[in-house]
Design a protein around this ligand. Sequence first.
Ligand code: ZN
Ligand code: ZN
Ligand code: ZN
Ligand code: ZN
Length: 399
Amino acid sequence: MSAVQLGFAEPLDEPLTYTIDDFPNKIGGKPFWLNPEKVLKGDDLKCGVCEKTMVLLLQTNPSKQFYTPEDEPIEAYHRVLYLFCCMNGTCHKTRWRDCFKAFRSQLPQINPYFNPAEGTPAIEIKARLCHLCGLDGSKQCARCKTTRYCSREHQLLDWNLGTHKAQCTGTATASSVSSAIKNVLFPEYELVSEDEPGADKPSADDDDVSGDEDEDEHADAALETKLANVQIEEPDANEKYEDTDVDVDKAFLRFQNRILREPEQVVRYSRISYVDGHDLEPLFVSDIGKPAAEDITPCPHCNGRRTFEFQAMPQLLNVLNIDHYSADALDWGTVIVYSCLANCQPADGQPYMEEIVWRQMFSEHGMGDSAKAALEREAALKKVVAPAASAEENLPETA
Ligand SMILES: [Zn+2]
Ligand SMILES: [Zn+2]
Ligand SMILES: [Zn+2]
Ligand SMILES: [Zn+2]
């Protein structure tokens, strides 16, 4: 088994369904709740900047598609992590820490809602849900008294977008309802996973045994050395990117080299190494902006360690229909979730445990500049790696 599982966004041909034992990992859309009775409220998910309701970015159920045995303690036999964020990029630029929330939800195998002896029927949500976003619907439309909302904000949105006005008067069409939801939520995809291929086989099959971190580190280090040499040997290429080359962002080079194995990856999942038990590091996008040890606070419930669990990649932005040219476009280098290593269940039985989210941006030179500089180096590197053949090809015929 590879040390890292990668997640890819799979467009949906038909709506996702789920049972307790077949619980998909997914991006966007309404949350799929593990606990059918207790769901998160709008008040749990207010953006700390604009105070609007955050929406689901993705949810993972690691014990299923992401193959990691997570059945301890017994309270966490089923376990889902939810990552939410504010959709407004301006808020993220103001105070990103107030724009993300991650929650852990778990259930024992024997629980009040599902009996393993009775098979695995589709989950029936007993909670009343917001018509727009799928959070707890504590408020209802005073007129029809049937449609529910998490907040006044979503009620207004639904009314102003014209759909609920039509529903209340019985003239709504299916398409008008779904178009309202489209404006409030991220587009929905299934998140399918596979093992990260090894360093030397970018398109290796699943049965390829990889995950040798040391080997990967060596390959990364070797590439960095080559890149460093290229800079010395190619003074022309250096001149253009003087600023970036003065202080090469090693983490960025490592990041770029690593994602080349599977450039479409939108999530990396890697909790602890089951080979030697040590904590695994996220793949940082820069040497700047990494969390300090004190940023990853202990779990407030068990006082135990929180460790890296998964990270959303920049490629995720491309499947979320973000307009990168808009001034308030959502942006990140990577979004990292750290969670309680013990999967603890507080004695009061609370259904949602908040975990830590860390956002890292690409270095101040920006993705464009850094990527451009790295691509230049890569092109120069190719010349160095295969110089003999190309040199001979261009050699004029001797008389
Ligand atoms: Zn906001
Ligand atoms: Zn809502
Ligand atoms: Zn109504
Ligand atoms: Zn804990």
